[in-house]
Design a protein around this ligand. Structure first.
Ligand code: 1HE
Length: 268
């Protein structure tokens, strides 16, 4: 039997399950602009540890209010006056949460509005698909705050925008928004209306894929990027051996063979 997720245990995240296996995970501290305190990170670790074994087919990751996420909870960080070792452990916990998202095998689609800054951008860049609306903007204000990124930006944001744009963002606090942000890869989609509605539509679409295919797409691609080309090609063959012979795929292949399956066509 699949593991159950007890929605009532979460306070900083609001969780909602839909019939098609799509879950809505909302950062739910709008009065703090969804700043990431340690409790929120703990809840992200908890949810994304359970999701792959709980039958979650896809996740929409959203932020309540006008802003997706203001990054590290600067007030908590100030009040706690942490030691270097304390903050290293905070960062390791962030990495645990974000790695579970990126490598967990469940598609995560982030719905972005307003500020997606600092640790908020680190969180968003751990999602597999990012959808922004016209209010969304991206920045890394760490340099101005006397800080450095600690939630994976050096890896994931650099992957998205390249090393020198990443360094410029950190040195100057440069803000990216609109189509330019999409052109750089900070988001894959920009929509006129609600990024949440568009993200939900994409999540529903991905949830129609077979779970084992989605598992491979949302774990193997990231793992293989960390390997040498030789080892990556070997790993790809092993994963494809398992996924491409799954019994559940037979009816989909049969539908292609008998011409009842949809064909791939250009957008009209
Ligand atoms: C916060 C935070 C926060 C807001 N930690 N409490 N991140 C930043 O440098 C971004 C800091 N935040 C902002 O620049 C702005 O707050 C926003 C652009 C996101 C939103 O502006 P606005 O005018 O709507 O809100 P506000 O009046 O600035 O803040 C409203 C409340 O949210 C206020 O609390 P209140 O109790 O006084 O009402 C703020 O204190 C609170 N708030 N942002 C804590 N970040 C692993 S390393 C990662 C390193 C980083 O992420 S550094 C980047 C940090």
């Amino acid at each position: 039997m699949a593991i159950q997720i007890d929605i009532s245990r979460y306070t900083n995240l609001a969780l909602q399950e839909h019939d098609d296996g799509v879950w809505i995970v909302t950062l739910n501290r709008p009065s703090k602009r969804n700043a990431l305190d340690i409790h929120t990170i703990d809840e992200l670790v908890d949810f994304f540890s359970l999701a792959p074994r709980a039958g979650v087919r896809a996740v929409v990751l959203a932020g309540a209010g006008d802003h997706f996420c203001a990054g590290l909870d600067l007030i908590e960080h100030h009040d706690q006056d942490r030691s270097p070792a304390d903050f290293m452990h905070v960062c390791l916990r962030w990495h645990e949460a974000f790695n579970k998202m990126e490598y967990g095998g469940v598609p995560v689609i982030a719905a972005l509005q307003g500020a997606v800054v600092g640790g908020g951008l680190e969180l968003a860049s751990s999602a597999h698909i990012r959808v922004m609306d016209n209010t969304a903007y991206f920045a890394l204000p760490e340099g101005q705050r006397g800080l450095f990124t600690g939630g994976g930006a050096t890896i994931r944001v650099t992957d998205l925008v390249g090393k020198l744009r990443m360094i410029d963002m950190m040195l100057t606090g440069r803000v990216y928004q609109g189509q330019e942000a999409v052109d750089l890869g900070l988001a894959q989609y920009i929509v006129e209306g609600s990024s949440f509605d568009a993200a939900l539509e994409l999540a529903r679409k991905t949830a129609q894929n077979l779970p084992l295919s989605n598992f491979a797409i949302c774990s193997a691609v990231s793992h293989i990027q960390n390997m040498s080309a030789m080892d990556g090609a070997y790993a790809e063959a092993v994963v494809a051996g398992v996924v491409n012979t799954q019994p559940d795929a037979r009816s989909r292949l049969a539908a292609f063979a008998d011409k009842s399956a949809a064909r791939v066509r250009p957008n009209s």
